[in-house]
Write a protein that binds this ligand. Structure first.
Ligand SMILES: Nc1ccn([C@@H]2O[C@H](COP(=O)(O)OP(=O)(O)OP(=O)(O)O)[C@@H](O)[C@H]2O)c(=O)n1
Ligand SMILES: C[C@](O)(CO)[C@H](O)COP(=O)(O)O
Length: 221
């Protein structure tokens, strides 16, 4: 059994609104991901994590949908999604704020976990030079060959991810992605291919990129 947790429980503080419910070109932002997930035959059900006040929002999907209330942080929203799952072998976690993830990103991640990895995260090698900066001063230039830009979907062995979240809760560990919690327990995580186009809508200005991407897709079709 394979599940997917679609995170749509954020407040959008940096954006200035709950961006996941914003409608662009006839679809709400979270519906873009849902449509992609529907095309991943391997996925049996989707847990949609929502803010308390949006729990009864209309969700049309060909997949079985489970709704759960999110937490105050992304990590707690994932945990809330995990706890809503009765039984599952593999789980994919995806940010609804990344509307342009592809079917292949989910499939490659699932295949890597089926092949024996504890987890597989979507990522691409940094095309830019990355420096560490403290108080506006460069302290280190990192070896770019070892630097990857990390995205979602992130796919994991369900029971191991649940264990990693429980360990994090007990030890007050808060991380910005699920892989980091798995890494703490020494689980082996690999990569599947990400893309610049799988960007995360974080700030209002990111909407320009969304519009450009949609226009580009229309021109291709
Ligand atoms: N408590 C939270 C926080 C985030 N998310 C989800 O996690 C993804 C990535 O989070 P982010 O882009 O940071 O969204 P927000 O938390 O809404 O934004 P901000 O941090 O600016 O408030 C989003 O799809 C968001 O809906 C969530 O389900 N529950
Ligand atoms: C999980 C994530 O999308 C990987 O890049 C990212 O860490 C989420 O960060 P946010 O600050 O919760 O948006």
């Amino acid at each position: 059994m394979i599940g997917c947790i679609l995170l749509a429980g954020g407040k959008g503080n940096r954006f200035g609104a709950k961006k996941q419910f914003l409608e662009i070109n006839g679809l709400k932002i979270f519906e873009y991901s849902l449509k992609t997930i529907e095309r991943v035959e391997e996925i049996d059900f989707v847990v949609v994590v929502l803010p308390k006040e949006d729990l009864d929002i209309e969700i049309k999907s060909s997949k079985k949908i489970i709704r759960v209330e999110g937490g105050s942080e992304r990590q707690f929203s994932v945990y809330s999604g995990l706890r809503a799952i009765a039984d599952c072998d593999i789980v994919a976690i995806h940010d609804s704020a990344r509307p342009f993830a592809t079917v292949n990103m989910f499939r490659e991640g699932i295949n890597n976990v089926k092949a024996g990895w504890d987890g597989s995260i979507t990522a691409y090698r940094s095309p830019d030079t990355i420096k560490r900066v403290i108080n506006n001063e460069i302290v280190e230039t990192l070896n770019r060959d070892e630097i990857y830009v990390v995205q979602t979907p992130q796919v994991f062995d369900f029971k191991k991810l649940l264990k990693a979240h429980e360990y994090a809760l007990e030890n007050n560990i808060l991380a910005t992605d699920d892989s980091a919690l798995m890494e703490k327990l020494g689980y082996r995580i690999t990569l599947n291919e990400g893309s610049f186009f799988n960007f995360k809508i974080t700030y209002l200005k990111d909407l320009e990129m969304v519009e450009c991407f949609i226009k580009g897709e229309k021109m291709k079709s």
